[in-house]
Design a binder for this molecule. Structure first.
Ligand SMILES: [Zn+2]
Length: 71
């Protein structure tokens, strides 16, 4: 089932606010946003969101790679 994904490698980029809060995950050209209780959205670009932590407006355009803070 997941052979294609494995071949392409796991192309996931975390989209984080400058304050470090996770805003979403970019996977295969879609932005994946998860909420509590398993609610989930897949949206296209450009996307913008207001951070629930610090209130900053974050925008992510098409083809833009979010800064990943993952080590
Ligand atoms: Zn923030």
């Amino acid at each position: 089932m997941h052979d294609e994904e494995r071949r392409a490698g796991t192309v996931k980029h975390e989209w984080r606010c400058t304050c470090g809060k996770l805003l979403g995950v970019v996977e295969k050209g879609r932005l994946q946003i998860r909420f509590a209780r398993g609610h989930q959205y897949l949206v296209g670009f450009p996307a913008s969101t207001v951070c629930r932590g610090c209130g900053s407006l974050n925008e992510l355009g098409e083809g833009e790679k979010p800064k990943t803070t993952q080590a």
